[in-house]
Design a protein around this ligand. Structure first.
Ligand SMILES: O=P(O)(O)OP(=O)(O)OP(=O)(O)OC[C@H]1O[C@@H](n2cnc3c(O)ncnc32)[C@H](O)[C@@H]1O
Ligand SMILES: [Mg+2]
Length: 171
């Protein structure tokens, strides 16, 4: 099975590799436009980014499945939450969508994002690390390493793959 992912981010690629364990598959990471802002600021925008990536990856690669994974934030009355969304595009079905873990971002992070900063660089500065977004992610930093970005997105890809299998069985 050929699986394309609309990103070259190693954390996202690793999540697809983990979720598809048990399948005979090959992964094709492709650079795709998310079609949304670099820093999505709502669930809706983040979902749109995931769908656009899945569809573009599917279209440009001729793969059996296209996967899109997108991180963003969502304002709530409790504060600004990190949100994560995924989409799966396969022949003959509408894109499948699934949401990932959410955690409240510290106020000092939220203020910078709402001022137009991107979470990637903000996290590197906060954690005094390089490329947090390609490793443990904000979720890893703010959960003291209990869950990192790979594990979080692996859960999302499993939700997508499970829905895909269910739909295939139902047809
Ligand atoms: O290469 P791509 O696939 O674009 O991966 P990315 O790390 O840029 O991640 P997203 O585009 O999905 O996320 C949108 C923005 O939010 C940032 N972001 C999202 N989740 C993050 C996390 O857990 N840690 C650090 N930055 C994160 C990311 O750096 C982007 O600036
Ligand atoms: Mg990005």
């Amino acid at each position: 099975m050929l699986i394309s992912i609309g990103s070259k981010n190693p954390a996202k690629i690793a999540a697809v590799e983990q979720a598809f364990q048990g399948y005979a598959f090959e992964i094709v990471p492709v650079d795709t436009e998310s079609g949304v802002s670099e820093q999505p600021l709502t669930d809706e925008e983040t979902i749109r980014g995931a769908i656009n990536r899945a569809v573009s990856a599917f279209d440009v690669s001729g793969a059996d499945i296209g996967i899109g994974l997108e991180g963003g934030v969502q304002k709530t009355e409790h504060g600004l939450f990190l949100c994560n969304w995924g989409a799966l595009r396969a022949r003959g079905m509408e894109p499948i969508i699934a949401g990932g873990a959410r955690i409240l971002l510290p106020e000092e992070i939220a203020i910078q994002l709402l001022a137009g900063e991107e979470l990637g660089p903000v996290m590197d500065k906060f954690a005094k690390k390089q490329n947090v977004r390609k490793k443990e992610g904000a979720v890893g930093i703010f959960t003291n390493g209990k869950i990192d970005r790979v594990e979080m997105f692996t859960h999302v890809v499993k939700l997508l793959l499970g829905q895909y299998e269910f739909k295939r069985q139902s047809n």
